[in-house]
Design a protein around this ligand. Sequence first.
Ligand SMILES: [Zn+2]
Length: 158
Amino acid sequence: MDCTCKNEIYPFSRIKNSDTMVVYDAFYFLRGDKYRKNLEALKAELFTQGIQLDRIQQSVLWRHVGRKECDVRKHAHMLLEEMKPVKYILFAGAEVTQVFFNKKVSDLYGLKVESDIIGKDKLVVVAPSITTINSAPIGEFRDAIRFFANERRNHDAR
Ligand SMILES: [Zn+2]
């Protein structure tokens, strides 16, 4: 389903045949250096756990910058379509977590969560929002990513 909002929708790179995805709230990298540092920190944490960010899917709830007039459900629907082919999903955004699980990210991070909408056959883990990675204690992020990677390995071994 296309978003019928009038905002320009940015495409994002899809990595074919990747079974793993990280979802963010928005394309923060359009906002410059501060976000790029967050992304580098995330990349390093994932790499420590054997996951290469460049080789997995990344997607966002909001696929454009301006968004006040948007219907979030349409964007959530677009994201759901993106999530269909993958098995392992790391939520790293506060808003996307709120939209899909109706809870604050701080109540869920480091936990495996289930969603009827996303599909219970998928492994879904919530991490703190990537916007906080360089301000929150890194341990919170590290623990969530380690948990995700471990669960993913166990899931694979089944
Ligand atoms: Zn929109």
